[in-house]
Ligand binder design. Structure first.
Ligand code: CTP
Length: 445
């Protein structure tokens, strides 16, 4: 019996897929089809897959060509599958020509002619109209956002707005996008607004954009008052618009896996979360000179609070802050301690004091540890009382990571993965409330 194997995403199942499977089956007697998981696709940069795994498997099954369907979850799995299933022929479409020659060490490799003029990408672009993005703010993060947006299909960055005309023109020139002179002009040409202006201006810009019926991604920290955060989410709901807080960690595959493992019960009940993020900043930077809205907690607190509230909940009983200050009474280093009904947490941020930057999640049966930069999670370990037992997990993190939140936003807008809010409204509102409590304690409120 000749065994054949092939792999694919098989999103929005089309004629090209059908013909590929038909010919793959004809190469032998028994066809195994590997269908990719969403996480695997995300990790390899294929971000806008529409159909969920079950739908894609069902569609492959319906063709009647597959004798067996398996899941493709990791890079490097193909070789072990070929050995495990004693495969004779590995086949894929000719768009992969040359890419799998290394498989010839294990079995015969056949590239089948790709069907012309059809692909999942084409169908996705046809089904969903391109979403145009306008940027408010022209700082460092917006440059990164622009570069990352290039990896997401289905969007187009139209241009940027900043009340300082000269900065807008310089920025727009550098990235070859429009320099909008007014917000009205930006709204006319866009469906999504990315707010990356100074922290204290987020509320007004987000509100205005939502009231102009735009979807909004807002940089962290979202807003600095709990009530304002709740109000903005209410407006978004009323107007049926998507509103996202852009804490990039929340959307990246490694961090979502870490949260899944933590919530799975593997380390028992979670009782303590300790998150630390430090980044030494230039003393002349905005972060260390803006006496009202600068400082380490406002800058980095959102990242550290994210695992805390995701794992211990939004209902904390008590919070206290201790800081080390620099010139202008700006916090160079802040430690927040939170008390929950069934757990404790500490969050440590530094712009002027360096620490090891680790995420530790302690449970009743073990603990999970992710070293810096855990906010771009690629690796973590699970430890137990028996010190010799360690489980290791790894996941890819592509580019600067912003591509994951952009593609999630797009999926939400297009109505795919409806339940996939990786950072919920309640979580964002809670973080805004903690920012407010910090500013109040600092008499900066
Ligand atoms: N395929 C094909 N002819 C097409 C499209 C795909 O023969 N017109 C083959 C691919 O070469 C691969 C398999 O079908 O062997 C699954 O491909 P997949 O990546 O799922 O489909 P694409 O349409 O290429 O998806 P995308 O546009 O997202 O890359």
């Amino acid at each position: 019996m000749t065994k054949v194997i092939t792999y694919g995403t098989f999103d929005l199942f089309h004629e090209g897929h059908y013909r590929l499977l038909q010919r793959a089956k004809a190469l032998g007697d028994y066809l195994i089809v590997g269908v990719t998981t969403e996480n695997y696709d995300k990790a390899r940069g294929k971000l806008n897959v529409v159909d969920d795994l079950m739908t894609r498997i069902e569609n492959v099954k319906k063709t009647g060509f597959a004798d067996e369907i398996i899941i493709e979850e990791t890079i490097g799995q193909k070789v072990s599958d070929v050995q495990k299933y004693k495969v004779d022929i590995f086949t894929v479409g000719s768009d992969w020509l040359g890419n799998f020659d290394y498989m010839a060490d294990y079995c015969k490799v056949v590239y089948l002619e790709r069907t012309k003029d059809v692909s999942s990408t084409m169908l996705r672009n046809r089904n969903f109209k391109i979403q145009r993005i306008g940027i408010i703010g022209t700082g460092r993060i917006t440059g990164r956002f622009l570069m990352e947006a290039k990896s997401v299909s289905g969007i187009n960055i139209q241009g940027a707005y900043n009340p300082h005309k000269k900065s807008t023109e310089q920025f727009a020139g550098r990235y070859e996008i429009n320099a909008f002179e007014t917000l009205e002009e930006l709204y006319e040409k866009t469906e999504i607004v990315y707010v990356a202006s100074p922290h204290e201006t987020h509320y007004e810009y987000v509100k205005d954009a939502l009231e102009h019926d735009k979807h909004v991604i807002c940089e962290k920290p979202f807003v600095l008052k709990k009530e304002q955060a709740a109000e903005l989410f209410d407006i978004a709901k009323q107007r049926n618009k998507i509103l996202f807080e852009g804490i990039k960690t929340a959307y990246c595959p490694g961090f979502t896996k870490l949260m899944d493992v933590a919530r799975s019960g593997l380390v028992g009940n979670i009782r303590y979360v300790d998150a630390c993020f430090t980044k030494l900043e230039n003393t002349e930077s905005r972060e260390l000179t803006d006496t009202k809205y600068g400082g380490s907690f406002l800058e980095l607190g959102s990242y550290c609070l994210l695992p805390v509230i995701k794992l211990l909940g939004c209902e904390y009983e008590d919070i206290s802050f201790d800081s080390i200050y620099g010139a202008g009474h700006i916090d160079l280093f802040t430690k927040a301690s939170l008390k929950f009904p069934k757990g404790l947490a500490t969050v440590t941020c530094g712009l002027g004091v360096k620490s090891e930057g680790r995420l530790l999640i302690a449970g009743t049966e073990g603990y999970i540890v992710a070293e810096a930069p855990w906010w771009k999670t690629t690796y973590f370990e699970v430890h137990y009382e028996d010190a010799s037992k360690i489980e290791k997990y790894s996941e890819r993190f592509l580019g600067d990571g912003l591509r994951y939140e952009i593609s999630d936003m797009l999926n939400q807008i297009n109505g795919n993965h409806k339940s996939e809010f990786k950072l919920t409204r309640t979580e964002s509102i809670t973080i805004s409330g903690i920012m407010e409590a910090f500013l109040k304690k600092e008499n900066r409120g």
